[in-house]
Design a binder for this molecule. Structure first.
Ligand SMILES: [Zn+2]
Length: 294
């Protein structure tokens, strides 16, 4: 029996009692940590989930000051004030699409100009996706639903292999990026690429069902999240998962169960409960809401 102490700080069991779980040849780990019992593992898990939920709510209300994309475009391209105003008017009128998309639709700019401006706006390096071919290993590491939901395309690895390179057209928020890093146990290097190319390659590199978010089970509150979380972790323990990882991203809850030979991923989509009042519910599409810049 391995000499391990329970990772849960509050655990008051004395060492001689740490045998129930550890009698198993391989007690399940949670995020790489060992626990004395399933109740301690679940208690720790619930605590972590509460914490992540709270931080995510805070992150959603955080506004990151950034230069406006319209200003950048007027400085770096021939875009005129009148053209910009027209795009802004249409965006406000329809309440859909990002400003850059409107500028493309109106034919005022080419996509590479918008992409370059986004890279400047977010302070991220550019990536040219024109001749990209799929890197099977990188694609395997990021499940399609994560790629789709976060709008990121895994394109390969950094030279040292420590980080996965991902192309995005709007930055992945900081907490989700950290969550993905913990989940894949590698760093994530973010580059800005053409939106149309990212969408196209996502469709080519993943199977349609891998990208389908419409069939995911949902949750709409912290209580529901704890409920689905407890259920899946309990089942994982029963099924003798070796390591259990769970992360909360802006739009969904992601569980990864590692068995001896394979990993299983589960996703639960976060939906806000419909608001009775007819005004549009704020924060429904929070994954990109901070990226709608001008
Ligand atoms: Zn314990």
């Amino acid at each position: 029996m391995a000499k391990q102490i329970c990772y849960r700080k509050e655990c008051t069991r004395i060492r001689s009692e740490l045998s129930i779980f550890l009698n198993r040849r391989r007690p399940p780990l949670f995020e790489g940590h060992a626990f004395c019992s399933d109740s301690c593992l679940l208690a720790y898990f619930e605590n972590e989930l509460n914490d992540k939920w709270r931080r995510l709510q805070m992150e959603k209300s955080r506004k990151i000051p950034r230069p406006k994309i319209g200003t950048i475009l007027m400085q770096t391209t021939y875009l005129t004030r009148d053209q910009l105003d027209e795009a802004i008017r249409l965006q406000n009128q329809t309440r859909e699409g990002r400003l850059g998309e409107w500028l493309l639709r109106l034919g005022f700019l080419e996509e590479h100009q918008v992409t370059a401006a986004l890279a400047r706006q977010f302070g991220l390096p550019l990536i040219n996706l024109r001749n990209s071919s799929a890197n099977a290993e990188a694609v395997r590491m990021i499940p399609g639903k994560v790629a789709k939901c976060s709008g990121l395309l895994p394109v390969g690895f950094d030279d040292d292999e420590d980080s996965i390179r991902v192309a995005v057209c709007a930055p992945v928020d900081f907490l989700s990026q950290q969550a993905i890093q913990r989940m894949v146990q590698k760093g994530i290097r973010v580059y800005i690429g053409d939106q149309s190319k990212i969408q196209q390659l996502l469709g080519e590199w993943y199977e349609p069902e891998d990208l389908d978010l419409s069939t995911l089970p949902t949750f709409s509150s912290m209580d529901e999240l704890i409920e689905v979380g407890n259920e899946i972790v309990t089942t994982a323990i029963e099924n003798r998962a070796e390591d259990i990882r769970a992360e909360l991203l802006q739009e969904f809850f992601w569980v990864r169960l590692d068995y001896s030979a394979e990993s299983h991923h589960y996703f639960f989509r976060y939906i806000t409960t419909p608001v009775e009042d007819s005004s549009p519910a704020p924060g429904n599409e929070f994954i990109f809401n901070y990226a709608v810049g001008r």
